[in-house]
Design a protein around this ligand. Structure first.
Ligand code: NDP
Length: 334
């Protein structure tokens, strides 16, 4: 029997590439948890996902009711079978929005979709995953969590949750940022990704021992061509992949990125909880050129998986605990 894996945002980019990889392996049945079911069905066919290896189900992360409905529908669908794996991958990146957008529940969009929607989803599915053997739960992170890299530490703005006053007050309109400051789209994305990574740390601390679930985060490399960058101007979308390929060496193609995320679910080496996985040949430190003067890391293919070190800010257990408690309240779990 195939193992059941839920992938959010499986209708494009990294999520789709991972769905293709896992469904074609013959070992997994993929639940594509998506906001547009028709789109998911179409791209699944186009990418040759075998019939009987997947289903597309509605999940709108910008609506907490939809998250709850998804969980109810999933339970009905799997009819008592445990959920083996969960990949929280969906995200929005709104760096050029001058004004904030809000979810149906009134959360700023990046924080609402990327963090709070997933936060509720994971919490509602924990019990089901605890019933599976060797269950794995991965929340896709970002380079922003390791400040020792070009993308994480040097590119303005930096993630900074500040005193968490926005999140503490519930993160709802007119609040737009976790630190309670005025809206800044590029930072809101990075803040939400730090919350994702802190959620993994807290899940590991709170539930790994009792449930056996393997919790992890990962940074796939810079997949510079995905729709995540849809807000960026044409020149940026042309040059960014080249910059990432030849200057930072952090570039990775969509298919290979999908193989990386699939690896976190399937590789026996990833049977360890609380880890932030990365691949060498991915994001590099500032030394951009190899001694022979040639650009480093072009292609980034065949990178070896390793346990990456997160920044001190992300590893701060006091802040992570607060993020957990405030998020729980924001989504109505306490
Ligand atoms: P994409 O934009 O291609 O994929 C994002 C997915 O999220 C899409 O399938 C999208 O659905 C879905 N989504 C967006 N909003 C919602 C919502 N409200 N409810 C449900 N689903 C939603 O980007 P990527 O593939 O690049 O991003 C995937 C993950 O990888 C993200 O977590 C991102 O932070 C992370 N990442 C990406 C990097 C990169 O370089 N691209 C680098 C590091 C991390 P739809 O198909 O309908 O648009």
């Amino acid at each position: 029997l195939r193992e059941l894996v839920v992938i959010t945002g499986a209708s494009s980019g990294l999520g789709l590439a991972t769905a293709v990889e896992l469904s074609k392996s013959g070992k997994y049945f993929v639940v594509m948890a998506v906001r547009d079911v028709e789109k998911a069905k179409k791209v699944a066919k186009e990418r040759g996902m075998p019939d009987g290896s997947y289903v597309a189900m509605k999940l709108e992360l910008a609506n907490l009711e939809s998250v709850r409905d998804f969980v109810t529908n999933l339970k009905a669908f799997k009819a008592g079978r445990p959920l083996n794996h969960l990949i929280c991958n969906a995200a929005v990146y709104l760096p050029t929005d001058p004004k904030p957008q809000f979810t149906d529940d009134g959360f700023e969009m990046s924080m609402g979709v990327n963090h709070l929607g997933h936060f509720l989803l994971v919490n509602l599915l924990l019990e089901d995953m605890a019933k599976a053997k060797n269950a794995r739960c991965c929340i896709v992170g970002s380079i922003t969590g390791n400040t020792n890299t070009v993308g994480g530490g040097l590119v303005y703005p930096q993630a900074d949750l500040g005193n968490l006053s926005g999140l503490e007050k519930g993160m709802k309109q007119p609040i737009t940022m976790a630190d309670g400051k005025p809206f800044f789209g590029a930072k809101a994305y990075k803040d939400s990704k730090v919350c994702n990574m802190m959620t993994v740390a807290e899940l590991n601390r709170r539930y790994h021992k009792d449930t056996g679930i393997i919790f992890s985060s990962m940074y796939p490399g810079c997949i510079a061509e995905t729709a995540l960058f849809r807000e960026k101007r044409t020149w940026f979308r042309k040059l960014f992949p080249l910059f990432m390929k030849y200057v930072t060496g952090g570039y990775v193609g969509e298919e290979e990125a999908g193989q990386r995320l699939a690896q976190v679910i399937s590789d026996p080496r990833c049977n360890k909880s609380g880890v932030y996985w990365s691949w060498n040949g991915g994001a590099q430190t500032v030394g951009r050129w190899s001694p022979d003067g040639k650009p480093r890391g072009a292609g980034g293919s065949g990178g070896e998986i390793f346990e990456n070190q997160q920044s001190d800010a992300v590893r701060n257990p006091v802040v992570a605990k607060k993020v957990w408690e405030y998020s729980k309240k924001a989504v109505g779990l306490s």
